[in-house]
Design a protein around this ligand. Structure first.
Ligand code: B1M
Length: 197
């Protein structure tokens, strides 16, 4: 819950020679998993969870500049966002960071994104990759709507759709016709790069 402590500990991690990626995953993300458990056990409530996500973000700001950036620019554009109705954006932000570190040019639509905006933005900026994130079962069907709309407009084949987030599974990705599912930020970047190579 303490932003300053998250910031200072992140600085210390770098000073100790810990890789930024390891500090993010083994420190900040691991911490948020503990927060999730405490929330489920009703030991933490929304205000505590919010303070923890602010602390995670503070640490992330320190660590992100230390991530090695892939000099071999993929020069591929990715439009990414959290689907309509969902305001959880920590996971999406991590995916964005890993994509940027892997050389992708990321257009971040933010959270609670109106479903039609994914295709509109991708067409506007000339991106052939659309990434969608959600953490809630109540909003995951929005991903299907985005893909169905692409089909209705006859432009489905022009895009590579990658999805992820807590309730998302490979089976769901297959069911709605997404091209890729990634369980975490690192694999999202890796899988996209592999597919484009
Ligand atoms: Co809320 N929340 N929350 N929450 N929250 C969950 C998701 C929940 C599982 C908690 C619970 O009940 N056990 C639950 C959803 C239940 C469900 O749908 N089945 C829930 C709920 C219900 C809610 C509210 C409705 C609560 C309320 O108001 N009563 C509300 C949502 C309002 C809304 O959006 N409309 C709410 C609010 C909040 C906070 C604002 C307090 C805060 C969010 C702050 C923020 O994001 N800026 C919050 C948080 C932090 C959580 C938990 C505790 C942690 C989520 C998180 O950040 N994890 C969460 C409990 C849990 O997950 N166990 C919970 C860390 C993050 C790094 O992981 O996001 O999974 P994750 O991302 C990973 C992968 O999933 C993957 O890579 C990421 C990094 O490796 N990934 C992708 C994610 N997107 C990807 C996209 C890809 C590929 C991979 O390709 C494009």
């Amino acid at each position: 819950m303490e932003e300053d402590k998250a910031r200072n500990t992140s600085c210390e991690a770098i000073d100790f020679g810990i890789e930024a990626y390891e500090a993010i995953n083994g420190g900040l993300v691991k911490g948020m998993k503990v927060v999730g458990d405490l929330y489920e056990r009703q030991e933490y409530f929304i205000p505590e969870v919010l303070l923890c996500s602010d602390a995670l973000t503070a640490g992330l700001e320190v660590l992100q500049p230390h991530l090695p950036v892939d000099g071999n620019k993929a020069a591929e554009k990715v439009v990414i966002g959290v689907v309509q109705g969902d305001t959880h954006d920590i996971g999406k932000n991590l995916v964005k960071i890993m994509l940027e570190a892997s050389g992708f040019e990321v257009y971040d639509l933010g959270r609670n994104v109106p479903l039609q905006d994914f295709a509109e933005k991708a067409l506007e900026v000339g991106s052939r990759i659309i990434g969608m994130s959600t953490l809630m079962t109540t909003t995951m069907d929005g991903m299907r709507t985005v893909i169905d709309d692409l089909k209705k407009r006859g432009i489905r084949d022009e895009f590579l759709v990658i999805i992820g987030g807590g309730p998302i599974s490979p089976a769901f990705a297959k069911e709605i016709g997404a091209d890729l599912y990634a369980p975490d930020a690192n694999s999202a970047a890796r899988k996209l790069k592999e597919l484009l190579e």
